[in-house]
Design a protein around this ligand. Structure first.
Ligand SMILES: [Ca+2]
Ligand SMILES: [Ca+2]
Ligand SMILES: [Ca+2]
Length: 385
């Protein structure tokens, strides 16, 4: 069975999702998991830690930092592999051809001229982004994950299935030893700027932490001298978190970039969970280890309502209705729009594709959209104008 078939078959158990604009938040509403790898911000509030916190208290505090308004929190993911899993109060629809969400980090370009032309650099700390659909509809991220294949996915210097294990040091304040599945060993080194008790997460059980994923090649260069270093962390073109400034289009993501473990493209109608992990194992002199930072994730089209039917017809409606009712369907069907009194105000047969049906004559209020296929009502959606 090919992947597309599998996804659509699994969609049978999904309930139809009905939302209106006033009910959804475009931003993160949940932090399901937060497991930073060792690093210079570990065991500080930048990794959601306060003295004596348990793993669950760290997760809860991470959720508070990322969901409180006004926005103020920022989380570091530590060295390679450290990750966060976030969720939303609705499914983020995959609008074909468009960016679907933005990941906010703290990347910036250097104010000084960097030496590598056509490659912005400064503090670019790329994180790998993965997506998942809550196919079993239990609210937990226990479903299959798909990597968004960024610009370096097929690069020869990218290491897929990379695994690293960090070891709790014998002395809390020592450098953090690691070993990987490529036969290498090394340390996450302490620096003079961050002098907390340990760079190893104190709230974790056991004496090792293992992370796996796609490792991007190092991209930091000392553009100064040995005496007066000037470290530039160069960006990759696209498809990574904390890799370009938040205002830049290149911090946006398309669900269409999803691939399975074999690298085959996967057709996802929408996603419920996003996982982000630090994608480099890199140290840059006094700057220390590279760590992806995360402030938030934003659904770039929260008004698009995704719903799946048992017939596997994907139909999207933009809610609320404006001057036009905008619909996208992957199969031809008939739609009937009722007003709150149950009177038919619009009836059309539509073919697969996108449609704008004039609705300027409709008064403000609540409407019900019924979708009919082969003479059967296959779904209803509540819309507002
Ligand atoms: Ca898209
Ligand atoms: Ca699930
Ligand atoms: Ca950063």
């Amino acid at each position: 069975m090919n992947m597309k078939k599998k996804i659509l078959t699994a969609a049978f158990i999904c309930t139809v999702i009905l939302t209106t604009r006033s009910e959804v938040s475009p931003y993160i509403t949940r932090v399901l998991e937060y497991k930073p790898a060792p690093g210079q911000f570990v065991n500080t509030t930048t990794t959601a830690y306060k003295t004596g916190y348990s793993a669950e208290q760290v997760r809860a505090y991470a959720e508070t930092l990322l969901t409180q308004r006004p926005k103020s929190g920022l989380l570091s993911l530590g060295s390679f592999g450290g990750y966060i899993v976030v969720g939303f109060d609705h499914t983020i629809a995959n609008v074909q051809g468009e960016y679907d969400f933005k990941v906010y980090g703290n990347a910036f370009y250097s104010a000084q001229q960097v030496k590598q032309k056509n490659r912005p650099g400064g503090s670019c700390e790329p994180g790998i982004v993965m997506v998942s659909r809550d196919l079993n509809n239990n609210g937990i991220a226990d479903d299959e994950w798909y990597e968004l294949a960024g610009s370096e996915y097929a690069d020869v210097n990218t290491i897929h299935n990379y695994t690293i294990t960090y070891h709790r040091p014998d002395i809390a304040g020592a450098d953090i030893p690691w070993s990987d599945n490529q036969g290498a060993k090394g340390f996450v080194h302490r620096n003079i700027y961050h002098q907390q008790t340990s760079y190893y997460p104190l709230w974790t059980a056991g004496d090792i932490l293992t992370f796996s994923g796609t490792r991007l090649a190092s991209s930091s260069v000392n553009e100064g001298t040995e005496e007066v270093p000037y470290w530039v962390l160069y960006s990759y073109p696209w498809g990574y978190a904390d890799n370009h400034p938040n205002a830049d289009e290149k911090s946006n993501f398309k669900i269409e970039w999803a691939v399975d473990q074999q690298g085959n493209p996967v057709d996802l109608p929408g996603i419920d969970f996003i996982k982000i992990y630090t994608g480099q194992l890199q140290e840059s002199g006094w700057l220390g280890e590279t760590s992806t930072e995360i402030c938030d994730v934003e659904d770039l089209h929260p008004d698009v309502v995704l719903s799946l039917t048992e017939e596997s017809t994907n139909i999207y409606a933009v809610n609320p209705i404006g001057e036009f009712l905008q619909l996208t369907t992957d199969e031809s069907c008939e739609i009937i729009l009722y007003n709150s009194l149950g009177t038919v105000v619009l009836r059309e047969r539509i073919s697969s594709g996108s449609h704008s049906l004039p609705t300027m004559s409709l008064t403000k209020g609540v409407y019900t959209l019924q979708v009919i296929k082969d003479g059967q009502s296959i779904k209803t959606m509540k819309l507002i104008k």
